[in-house]
Design a protein around this ligand. Structure first.
Ligand code: F6R
Length: 611
């Protein structure tokens, strides 16, 4: 939620900042702003709406300078408007601040500052930081920011510049992501690596409570009390093309097409060809801990939670350990019971989801071992966990998660085999067979992509494209597929869609079935196939429009369905990974046909760093 970028060096700061903000637009896109230090003053341009409006403004009124900061916003305090967009300033307009996060005591600070004679321009929490920095500024911006942050509670990643310091950016982090990029005689700050990948691969991951003084030829990091901090410079190995659309109309479509390679990457190094065992050393869990484990708790939000449900089905079936699956936003507000020998597996693409992070902290306090499934390397979830499986999916920029989901399911499959073998409930032969099934998945995903024309044709039909509402049904391993398919459709096409366990139909939702209701039924081969076919018949009997997702070669399903999308035959426990792709493609093409902004759906942001 919200993206920040800053630059100091010889390049045009607005060019670098706008290029970075475009890469961060997935974090928020209701307004934007840039400020630069120029000719002994601060100059700023703001705009309401997406970044392209900001691009136009900057083309008409270029801003020049040697350093600057910029922001793309997802509103929390104060409606989206120019006045509420960042950067925010002190009263004299000599100090500028961009901020991602929420200042929790902002009302108290605002009242206090107002009593001291400060006039606020906006309704934002961020503006308090600008006034606080001014209050403590005595010629040393670094010192003033450190002091100001001692008064602040809440979450922040900030970039601060001032008129008096044409060679300095001060940045700080607590709870919201922040990196510093180091170049030759230049430096960057950003919320996320893709923003600066085009310019540098040398990165410092700033940690909570750290404040950085950044100049073009060096930097200093301290905590808010002035204690020095040493950070290792990390090299990022993501390739820059990964953050571009590469000819696809949307990132989402590109990311759907990347999935065969993504799954190969998730498996890479963890299962060798012909192998009978899985290697997940970074999870930092010993075989003794796997054996002693009494309970697994999976926490996540949204799509990652659906992947967690796939994980629960797999782990309970094969590793025979009870799994509690929780929405992170619920886990944190109930009194969870964490018995001895509990392993928590948080799942998060961004690694910055506020609720997931809080769930981790609670579980750690209660004694759980925490090993997460995360995509973004060095993210907060990864760093706060005892161990991690990196998904190796590359940057996911489309707001609707696609490749992250299938790679999370794949990571769960790996973990399951590893744990089941360690606990002696899966033989080497069975493990080898499971691994072979996993390794076959990328080709199956490619098959679905190669046969997408049929999905494109279906998504153009008015009965689907213009539907008001849709149901998605699945059973067992594919109940989460139904939830995920429905989420994809609703978030990008704005068609109301619900996912249900097919067995629940008769307990209420069947009342919704009419001849105008598309019902997407996941009926691939497997243990519950016959039950699914019965459910499909019940829907057909009520004239619902059945669109089945079935196994290639299943001709019989056609007589019960209005339309069928086929997927290749696959090992049932891993079928959610394969089934996800046609459901993603269907949602994508329906949304594109409806003219929706697929990569940036209304009201959403990719990384939910506030509660
Ligand atoms: C939906 C989607 C979201 C995320 C959720 C968790 O397409 O992307 O539901 O899955 O916000 O985000 P992460 O995985 O970053 O914790």
């Amino acid at each position: 939620m919200c993206g920040i970028v800053g630059y100091i060096g010889d390049k045009s700061p607005t060019e670098v900042i706008m290029s970075g903000l475009h890469r961060l637009e997935y974090r928020g896109y209701d307004s934007a702003g840039v400020a630069v230090v120029n000719n002994g003053g601060l100059q700023c341009i703001k705009s309401l709406g997406k970044l392209k409006i900001m691009d136009q403004k900057l083309a008409e009124q270029p801003l020049d300078g040697k350093l600057g900061i910029g922001h793309t916003r997802w509103a929390t305090h104060g409606v989206p408007s120019e006045v509420n967009s960042h950067p925010h300033f002190d009263m004299q307009k000599e100090i500028a601040v961009v901020h991602n996060g929420i200042i929790e005591n902002y009302q108290e600070l605002r009242d206090q500052l107002t009593a001291e004679g400060v006039t606020f321009r906006s309704q934002t929490d961020t503006e308090t930081i600008a006034h606080l920095v001014r209050k403590y500024y005595q010629g040393d911006l670094f010192a003033a920011v450190k002091r100001a942050l001692q008064d602040v509670t809440g979450a922040y990643a900030i970039g601060v510049i001032s008129k008096d310091n044409p060679d300095l950016i001060v940045a700080a982090r607590h709870g919201s992501p922040l990196i510093v990029g180091l170049g030759d005689d230049e430096a960057y700050i950003a919320s996320d690596v893709p923003a600066i990948m085009k310019y540098t691969r040398k990165v410092l991951y700033i940690d909570n409570g750290q404040v950085c003084e950044i100049r073009r030829d060096g930097y200093k990091i301290e905590d808010v009390h002035g204690n020095p901090v040493q950070l290792e410079v990390k090299t990022v190995d993501w390739d820059d093309a990964a953050a571009e659309k590469e000819g696809y109309p949307h990132f989402m479509l590109k990311e759907i097409h990347q999935q065969p390679d993504v799954i190969r990457n998730t498996l890479r190094g963890r299962v060798d060809e012909g192998s009978e065992e899985v290697k997940l050393p970074d999870m930092n869990i010993s075989v003794e801990e796997l054996k002693a484990c009494q309970k697994i708790v999976i926490v996540a939000c949204g799509t990652a939670w659906h992947a967690g449900m796939v994980g629960k089905y797999l782990i309970e079936k094969f590793a025979k350990v009870p799994v509690e699956l929780d929405l992170a936003s619920e886990y944190r507000y109930r009194d969870p019971i964490v018995p001895e020998h509990t392993i928590m597996i948080p799942v998060s693409q961004s690694g910055e989801t506020a609720d997931t992070l809080e769930a981790i902290r609670i579980a750690k306090r209660l004694g759980a071992k925490v090993a997460s499934i995360v995509n973004v390397v060095g993210s907060s979830v990864a760093r706060e966990s005892h161990g991690v499986v990196y998904q190796q999916a590359g940057p996911e920029i489309g707001v609707a998660s696609t490749k992250a989901y299938t790679s999370q399911c794949t990571a769960f499959a790996l973990f399951t085999i590893w744990m089941a073998e360690a606990r002696g409930v899966m033989s080497k032969a069975q493990a080898k067979e499971m691994i072979a099934h996993l390794r076959a998945i990328p080709d199956k995903l490619q098959w679905v992509i190669d046969h997408k024309q049929h999905i494109i044709d279906l998504a153009a039909l008015p009965k689907y494209r213009d539907a008001q509402s849709a149901l998605y049904l699945g059973r067992n391993y594919n109940f989460p597929s139904a939830l995920e398919g429905a989420l994809k459709l609703k978030e990008i096409s704005y068609i109301h869609a619900e996912g249900y366990a097919a067995g629940e139909m008769k307990h209420g939702p069947i009342a919704l079935v009419t001849d105008e209701l598309p019902v997407v039924c996941v009926a691939v081969e497997g243990d519950t196939y016959d039950k699914m076919v019965s459910n499909i018949q019940e829907i057909r009997a009520r004239r619902g429009i059945v669109l089945s997702v079935a196994t290639e070669g299943d001709e019989g399903i056609k007589q019960h369905s209005e339309d069928v999308i086929y997927v290749p035959s696959c090992h049932e426990p891993f079928s959610p990974i394969v089934v996800a792709v046609p459901l993603q493609l269907f949602a994508y093409y329906v949304a594109a046909n409806r003219g929706c902004d697929v990569d940036q759906p209304r009201n959403l942001a990719k990384s939910v760093t506030v509660e």
